[in-house]
Design a protein around this ligand. Structure first.
Ligand SMILES: Nc1nc2c(c(=O)[nH]1)N[C@@H](CN(C=O)c1ccc(C(=O)N[C@@H](CCC(=O)O)C(=O)O)cc1)CN2
Ligand SMILES: [Mg+2]
Length: 300
């Protein structure tokens, strides 16, 4: 049977609607407007697109957007000063530093200078530790989006075998924690995993987050499994004309869709959920900062 396509673009729209409804309520009942500050250092074209999209969507759900565009050779000291200002600004409930940062900046140092309560990316070591110990935290946006789609598709994930391919701090590790929190049996696999195809073939849920175009073929997927493809890789597409490119995931879509029970496409799968979850995290951070009830269904 053909796999169900999990439409992340449509799902992200429903998340944004929920966020917008909650923002309206907070404004009317409490006179508070959630605010998100996004800091971009340098002129990486993809990062510029993502930051523009974050600002636009923030305003569309009724929140305040603050953008800080800094020179590519900004010093660590100057960037830390901006973050310190935002940490102490009561109108700012969420702070995000767009990654990757230019090479001369220490990413860990910068991320850990953000107030954990405002760390809407969930990358601060305090949030990583809270998530790992099952406590209330800010949850990284991409894994949170994956979890929301999985819960929506399956209802309960309890007892399912999940394999996360990829061990990054941003996706693989927090994804594994979230699946464990939902009582999956979780394996984190990576490029050095022995018998990777067999490990993946055991899984009811496969989350591919390795950053290698089409690395996971359909032959590795168990019949009926749910495949969440986090990869966004731009590859040459000579079939579309000279110099043309196209986006592919970490999964070989056609062959995987032929055996999977459900699959996320690229584009239009996990990607749009990342920004929707950023908005969700910002409204959550605003509620926590002001002792208000948190929106339901928008946290882990
Ligand atoms: N501080 C952060 N930096 C980065 C993060 C992050 O979560 N926090 N994630 C990525 C980039 N990213 C958001 O910042 C992001 C990536 C992709 C998409 C998306 O919607 N992708 C589309 C395709 C877009 C295209 O055509 O190129 C899709 O998959 O459909 C949104 C956000 C790294 N940096
Ligand atoms: Mg660096």
């Amino acid at each position: 049977m053909a796999a169900t396509i999990i439409d992340g673009k449509a799902f992200a729209a429903t998340v944004r609607e929920k966020v917008a409804a909650h923002v309206t309520r907070i404004k009317e009942e409490n006179g508070i407007t959630p605010g998100l500050a996004v800091v971009l250092v340098g002129e990486d074209p993809a990062s510029q697109v993502y930051v523009r999209s974050k600002g636009k969507q923030t305003v569309e759900v009724g929140m305040n957007s603050y953008e800080y565009k800094m020179d590519v050779d900004t010093s660590e000291e100057d960037l830390l000063a901006v973050i310190d200002k935002l940490n102490n600004d009561p109108a700012v409930h969420g702070i995000l530093v767009q990654l990757p940062l230019p090479g001369h900046l220490n990413e860990d140092l910068i991320i850990n200078s953000i107030s954990p309560a405002k760390d809407v990316d969930g990358f601060h070591i305090s949030n990583v530790g809270l998530l790992g110990t099952g406590q209330k935290s800010m949850v990284p946006c991409t894994p949170l989006g994956c979890l929301m789609m999985l819960r929506d598709h399956h209802g309960s994930l309890s007892g399912m075998d999940a394999v996360v391919v990829g061990r990054s701090n941003i996706v693989g590790k927090p994804m594994a924690q979230l699946l464990l929190g939902d009582s999956c049996t979780v394996t984190i696999a990576h490029s050095r995993t022995k018998d990777l195809p067999d490990v993946v073939r055991r899984a009811d849920i496969v989350v591919a987050a390795v950053g290698r175009p089409e690395m996971v073929p359909g032959g590795w997927i168990k019949e009926g499994a749910t495949v969440i493809d986090v990869g966004i890789n731009r590859i040459d597409a000579p079939e579309k004309g000279e110099g043309k490119t196209r986006l592919v995931g970490d999964v070989h879509y056609e062959s995987a869709a032929a055996v999977a029970g459900a699959i996320t496409p690229v584009p239009g799968g996990v990607g749009p959920m990342t920004i929707a979850c950023l908005l969700a995290n910002t409204v959550t951070a605003c509620c926590r900062a002001n002792g208000l009830a948190e929106p339901e269904g928008l946290t882990a």
